[in-house]
Design a protein around this ligand. Structure first.
Ligand SMILES: NC(=O)c1ccc[n+]([C@@H]2O[C@H](COP(=O)([O-])OP(=O)(O)OC[C@H]3O[C@@H](n4cnc5c(N)ncnc54)[C@H](OP(=O)(O)O)[C@@H]3O)[C@@H](O)[C@H]2O)c1
Length: 166
């Protein structure tokens, strides 16, 4: 696939896999929207990507907050009209079983890894469908959660969304 000038939004682009994904797509000439909570880290990534001479938009956003995601998507869609690829990467792992993890820990992870992803999908999908681009990628799908029920829930809910898994 030719990624030149494709508009790609990456959540969790301030570090780790998201940052590296941004570098790889920038090398291929994609236009990037970098999303995460730590603006200083995002600015550093954007600075690192300057050498690839592509368009970069930094968006500070906590994806577990639906109002912030709505605001972020408004800014993005005003600038780009639509996005070609949404990479739902932001998230974190928690380790343990349902019996030893606290409700707060589980809720916190679900709010980011699950609902955060849903907020992003819900805000960008309409313009993606309108423009006939529906490529969504989710690391969370690949994540091995130790507590099976939650994994099952995420899995089942995602299967209900008619989108392409990569
Ligand atoms: N590394 C692995 O082996 C592995 C394995 C399976 C799955 N995964 C999943 O792959 C993804 C990336 O992992 P990683 O290892 O690259 O982790 P990482 O280095 O900790 O990166 C996580 C990214 O998510 C962002 N993030 C976290 N909570 C957020 C929120 N509420 N709103 C917006 N951004 C948020 C962080 O940025 P800010 O802190 O700046 O917001 C950061 O950029 C995660 O979803 C992780 O669970 C990783």
């Amino acid at each position: 696939m030719d990624f030149k000038n494709k508009v790609i939004l990456i959540t969790g682009a301030s570090s780790g896999i998201g940052k590296q994904t941004a570098i790889e797509f920038a090398k291929k000439g994609a236009k990037l929207i970098l999303v995460a909570r730590r603006k200083d880290k995002l600015e550093l990534v954007a600075k690192e990507l300057k050498k690839f001479h592509t368009t970069i938009l930094v968006c500070q956003c906590d994806i577990s907050d639906k109002d912030q995601v709505k605001e972020m998507s408004k800014i993005v869609l005003e600038k780009f009209n639509t996005i070609d690829i949404l990479i739902n990467n932001a998230g974190f792992a928690i380790y343990g079983t349902v019996s030893n993890l606290s409700i707060d820990e589980i809720e916190s992870q679900m709010n980011t890894n699950y609902f955060g992803m849903i907020y992003c999908v819900k805000n960008f999908l309409p313009s993606m469908i309108e423009n006939q681009v529906t490529l969504l990628m989710s690391h969370q799908l690949l994540q091995a959660l130790d507590y099976q029920e939650l994994h099952h829930t995420v899995h089942q809910n995602l299967q209900c969304l008619d989108f392409q898994r990569v």
